[in-house]
Design a protein around this ligand. Structure first.
Ligand SMILES: *Cc1c(COP(=O)(O)O)cnc(C)c1O
Length: 229
């Protein structure tokens, strides 16, 4: 992976370009930069590339697999204790112990059984991890997330069991204009009284920011080409 180039220069350049895009879209939307968190998605990239991006000042990262994060992040966190790590991929209940240990924020809560397991584990470990409910906003069979009209029920269940839900997360359909989906997500978050909205990736985060995203999850535009798993 990127064996002939210097990954340090590449990823730092990527971060710089993404930050400029973020700045421009925040300004265009009339939103303060401080209202938008850039989550640098480091899945599939090795610690050396991540180190370069941390060295350029980035503190918030996202990974989509518990096992991969478990291999990469404990070492990085020893050196960089102020990192905030988000889980953005599907979570199986048998990995909840590790997930609560490794991640600061869980963005992929999508069913009552998982919510219950997370709430129990947080209690057991004596920690609180802010969570997002993942919404399958395009109703795509291959994608995780609750249907938009099921989000309210899952949110009340989470509140009943004491799981701290702070927002909604989505991945809109890949082959359509994302704007209508982002707008639906914004309206749903408003209706549910949730202030945080995680949406927008390398190709569409400007549109997400225009629609009110508080978290954008950007991978390839920072780290470069990522062979599909
Ligand atoms: C990989 C991934 C991203 C980042 O995608 P890019 O197109 O590389 O920016 C964002 N969100 C989730 C859930 C992902 O799995």
């Amino acid at each position: 992976m990127m064996s002939d180039s210097n990954p340090k220069t590449g990823a730092q350049e990527g971060l710089f370009l993404v930050k400029n895009r973020l700045l421009a879209s925040a300004a265009l939307a009339g939103r303060p930069l401080a209202a938008i968190t850039l989550v640098a998605v480091s899945k599939t990239f090795p610690p050396a590339d991540i180190e370069a991006v941390i060295g350029a000042g980035q503190k918030v990262f996202g990974e989509n697999r518990v096992q991969e994060a478990k291999a990469k992040w404990p070492g990085l966190r020893l050196i960089h204790p102020d990192i905030e790590l988000h889980l953005i991929g599907p979570l199986q209940t048998n990995k909840v112990v590790d997930a609560v240990r490794i991640f600061d924020v869980i963005q992929s809560v999508d069913r009552p059984k998982l919510a219950k397991a997370l709430a129990n584990e947080m209690r057991k470990q004596g920690v609180e991890r802010p969570c997002f409910i993942q919404v399958n906003i395009g109703n795509e069979p291959q994608k995780a997330g609750v249907k938009a009209d099921e989000a309210a029920a899952l949110l009340s269940f989470c509140r009943e069991i004491g799981l701290p839900v702070v927002g909604l997360m989505c991945i809109p359909p890949a082959d359509e204009r994302p704007e209508p989906y982002f707008a639906q997500m914004r309206d749903l978050a408003t209706a549910l009284g949730l202030s945080q909205l995680s949406m927008g990736m390398s190709g569409d985060f400007e549109a997400a920011i225009a629609a009110g995203a508080t978290h954008v999850r950007v991978g390839s535009a920072i780290f470069g080409y990522r062979p599909r798993a």
